[in-house]
Structure formats: C-alpha cells, structure tokens
Design a protein. Structure first.
Length: 342
C-alpha cells in the first residue's frame, strides 16, 4: 500500500482523537477502467471532510452523502444497523447507466467496504510499525468488524474473500542521496513531491550550507561518512540509494554497502567509462559478485537526452519509480545524455 494511504490513516486518527465520527472506505474489487486500485483507502469525517480517494473523485460525493446519513441515523437511533459499527459492502457502476452517472470511465465498476472507525488502537499500531519500516497486514472480519494485525512480506497481495478483507500497509518509500550538490537538490525536490522520505548524506562541510539553504522542505541531512550511513540505515526493500558526489572515495564506499543491502534501487552518476572503471574497482578490491554489481544502475537514470540538473533529476527519479513499480524497462536508443557525460 502506498504511503498516501498511511496519510489517510493519520488523518483518520487525528479526526477521531478530536472527537469526530470517521468512516473508512476501501476498494476491494474493480472491473474495467477503475480509477483507483484495490486497497485504495478513503476516510470520511462526520461533517463530510475527506482524506484519500477510492475513485479519483467519481463517487466520493455519493459516499460523503451516504456517510453523513448513516452517522445521523446512528446518532438518533442506537438500535439501528449503522449504530452496530459493522462494515458494509457498497457497489458502484454495476450498469452502464450507473457507471456513466458516477463518471466511471469505460463502464468501470467498484466494490467497496465501508466501516465506521471506532477503535483506533490498530491505527496507531500500523502507523508506529510502518514508521519503523515494517510491513503490516490488517485483516478485517466483516461480520463483526474485528481487526487483527500481523506481519506481512514483500510481494503479498491484498485479499478479499467476501467475509474477510486483508490489506497491506507498507513503510514509506525512502531515498538516500549521497551528495548535496545542485543535482541532489533537484532529485530531492522531485522525490519529496512523490512522497518519498528523502535523506541526504554529504560529509563535505562546504556543501552543508547548500543543503540547508536550498534543500527541499522535509529533506533530512544525515551526519557521517556515506558508507557508515548506508550501513546504519539498514536499507530494506522500500529504500533507494543514489550516489551523486563524483568522488570515488565517497561514492564507492557507499555503493559497496548499498549493493550488499536489500535496497530495491542502487544508482550512481557517471559516464559509461566511469561506471565500467567503478565496477572493476569494486570487483577487484571489495570482492563484489557479478550479480551484486549488476544491481548498479549506471549511468544513472533513463536515457532522456537530459542536460540540465532538473532534466537529469527527472531521468533519475523516473527510473527509480519504474523499478519501484516493477515495470519492465523499454529498450533504449543510445543518446548523448548529460548523465552519461559526467
């Protein structure tokens, strides 16, 4: 599950702690060109305020109206079904006419589970565990509304069998940049916009002001030598590491640790000639295997013909997203990229 949905849970928790009634809505099945995938989450506050999305805006207005009506009924009649706090199934777009009415593209259909949020203990636990970079599975029993949490593994999928719903909450994707120069600033800004947690390590004091004065909001500077930082980070399958200093003393040692970690993406700036020399150094002096060296993306980034720092940053971030989403790389036409000229 994307970290956007963790933000939805954080909003729902804050609303509940402030005394508001809150309902959670989860996409469980889709047909056709549904705008949001299974597992997408929406929180609806009692007064109609929302966080997240289950349809990109197509059915949210109707969900808000339903939720407000349900909560009003529960408040006035404690014996009513809404007052029991049990989840309910909803469907949109079951006919072409209804799909058109709600604006679902190409006759798309959505099945949703809506549940009143009563006990926030599990929400707090999910947020704490994902902040510690754990992957959590949450199982909801529709008949009772009971929630249980258990450890999940990468690659596990959301599951719905009609009576129980298991959704996954993963840690926030994070990016560690080695180097705090102009290119790092551009990469950090774009990655932050994509909701990555961005960390920057550069022990060179002359770059400290650069990061402090021009870094993207929310970017965290990590003190220490890059190899030590990578090791202490304990990079997992939700972590990307990119070396951008152009200094082998800094980049190589960081890459040595990164390539033996569980990081899903490892990249380094430099021309093809420099990358070949780097791989030779790493193999000869640090005994990295061919499989470990093959994990290195270098020259880093997609071949876009990029020349400016911002364009190169686009190519780097796009490749990270491509690998994160497990999209097969398209065969590239050789081009004179600014990434390759470094």
């Amino acid at each position: 599950m994307e970290s956007l949905d963790l933000r939805v849970l954080a909003d729902a928790l804050a609303w509940k702690q402030a005394g508001h009634a809150v309902s959670l809505v989860t996409v469980v099945e889709t047909w056709g060109s549904a705008p949001r995938p299974p597992g997408a989450l929406l929180a609806v506050r009692g007064d109609g305020m929302v966080s997240g999305s289950v349809s990109g805006g197509c059915v949210e207005d109707d969900l808000i109206a339903r939720t407000k009506a349900t909560m009003q009924q529960a408040a006035t009649d404690p014996r009513s079904e809404p007052a029991t706090g049990k989840p309910a199934m909803l469907a949109y777009g079951v006919s072409k006419e209804e799909a058109a009415r709600f604006g679902l593209p190409c006759g798309g259909t959505l099945r949703l589970v809506q549940e009143p949020l009563r006990d926030t203990t599990w929400v707090q636990a999910v947020l704490e565990r994902t902040a510690a970079h754990q992957l959590v599975a949450r199982t909801l029993t529709l008949a009772s509304g009971a929630v249980t949490l258990h450890d999940a593994v990468r690659g596990q999928a959301m599951h719905f069998d009609g009576s129980t719903l298991t959704t996954l909450f993963g840690p926030r994707w994070r990016l560690l940049l080695i180097g705090a120069g102009q290119l790092s600033q551009a990469v950090a800004a774009m990655a932050t916009a994509l909701d990555f947690e961005v960390l920057v390590c550069d022990p060179r004091e002359e770059y400290a002001f650069t990061l402090a004065g021009h870094g993207a909001p929310g970017v965290q500077r990590v003190e220490g030598m890059p190899d030590d930082v990578v090791r202490e980070l304990q990079a997992d399958a939700h972590t990307a590491i990119v070396a951008l200093t152009h200094d082998p003393k800094l980049d190589d040692m960081a890459l040595l640790e990164a390539l033996t970690s569980d990081a899903f993406y490892v990249g380094a700036l430099g021309s093809q000639r420099n990358q070949d020399a780097r791989k030779k150094r790493l193999a000869q002096h640090f005994d990295l295997s061919a499989a470990q060296l093959d994990r290195l993306h270098g020259p880093v980034g997609l071949r876009l013909g990029a020349r400016t720092p911002a364009e190169i940053a686009v190519s780097i971030v796009a490749q990270i997203v491509q690998v994160k989403n497990r999209v097969a790389a398209v065969p590239e036409v050789p081009s004179r990229s600014a990434c390759a000229l470094a």
